[in-house]
Design a protein around this ligand. Structure first.
Ligand SMILES: Nc1ncnc2c1ncn2[C@@H]1O[C@H](COP(=O)(O)OP(=O)(O)OP(=O)(O)O)[C@@H](O)[C@H]1O
Length: 264
């Protein structure tokens, strides 16, 4: 099912000529993007532009009508989401996929064992039993790194949305991803929480060499942390490249960034 493809040495994820149609709607129209290793890329565009569809394609959740998906050097087109996870691809969802029955630390322990709480059941609960000292230490370090130590023993459902999103990110990080897809992580966060979140994502990407692809409507956040930008409009990629170049592109400014001032 998977085969070696031509290596995009600096690219963690390459989507080539991706088309996805839902009946008469062309959600993605021959879109190609390259997400570099170890940096943050922003994926922006108005409502309905195809951003969520592209993330679903990139994580193996959405079949494509045309195109190829290369993760590092492997062609995973048509592979199941589990195969993407084995290729060290991890993602968050607009509604964090967390469960009330296990505490924050147990979510991290699941992540360390390469499980997500998505589809959690009694079997997954058993997976966090018999944990080793080393796993516990790693979980505690990660909790501290993301500022979650104080809430480690609480159910994520008792926490405000901003912390729930961080728990999901922490669980993703625990799986030791090469690629992290973030779907509107700042939705529902206040300015201070968004700033804190931005700092954490930038640091994790730089320190751990994670390629981050960020779908986000908060342009301040996107422009602050993204080294590259991809701009979708009605399923079409209208611009891509270094953030400072893309934000000067007249078509992008007209379609989406009308309020961004020169030099922003
Ligand atoms: N499962 C589906 N069935 C039918 N149409 C869909 C489906 N998913 C998405 N679409 C359509 O595909 C287009 C792209 O949707 P998508 O959710 O990817 O956009 P988006 O950029 O993520 O939007 P938003 O910013 O509002 O989340 C839209 O016209 C949407 O209505």
């Amino acid at each position: 099912m998977t085969e070696r493809a031509e290596p995009g040495e600096d690219m963690a994820l390459s989507l080539r000529d991706i088309t996805v149609r839902f009946g008469g709607v062309c959600a993605l129209d021959h879109v190609s993007i390259d997400v570099p290793k170890g940096s943050v890329s922003g994926l922006i565009g108005p409502n309905g532009a195809g951003k969520s569809t592209l993330l679903a394609v990139a994580s193996g959740l959405q079949p494509v009508d045309t195109g190829r998906i290369l993760v590092d050097t492997e062609d995973l087109t048509g592979a199941r989401p589990q195969r993407f996870a084995r290729a060290r691809m991890s993602r968050t969802f607009q509604a964090p996929q967390l469960v009330p029955e296990i505490d924050v630390r147990q979510h991290i322990l699941l992540g360390l064992r390469s499980f997500r709480s998505q589809g959690w059941n009694a079997k997954a609960g058993a997976l966090v039993r018999g944990i080793t000292r080393s796993e516990l230490d790693r979980a505690e370090r990660l909790l501290a790194e993301l500022g979650l130590s104080e809430v480690a023993r609480r159910s994520p459902m008792e926490l405000p949305l901003g912390l729930r999103r961080l728990v999901e990110v922490a669980q993703c990080i625990a799986t030791d991803p090469r690629i992290l897809l973030l779907d509107e992580p700042s939705a529902g966060l206040n300015r201070v929480e968004t700033q804190a979140f931005a700092a954490i994502v930038s640091r994790l990407s730089a320190e751990r060499g994670i390629a981050v692809l960020l779908v986000e409507h908060d342009m301040d956040l996107v422009l602050e942390i993204s080294e590259q930008l991809f701009v979708l409009d009605f399923g079409e990629l209208i611009a891509s490249g270094a953030t400072e170049d893309v934000t000067k592109d007249q078509r992008v400014r007209d379609a989406y960034l009308g309020t961004v001032k020169e030099g922003a």
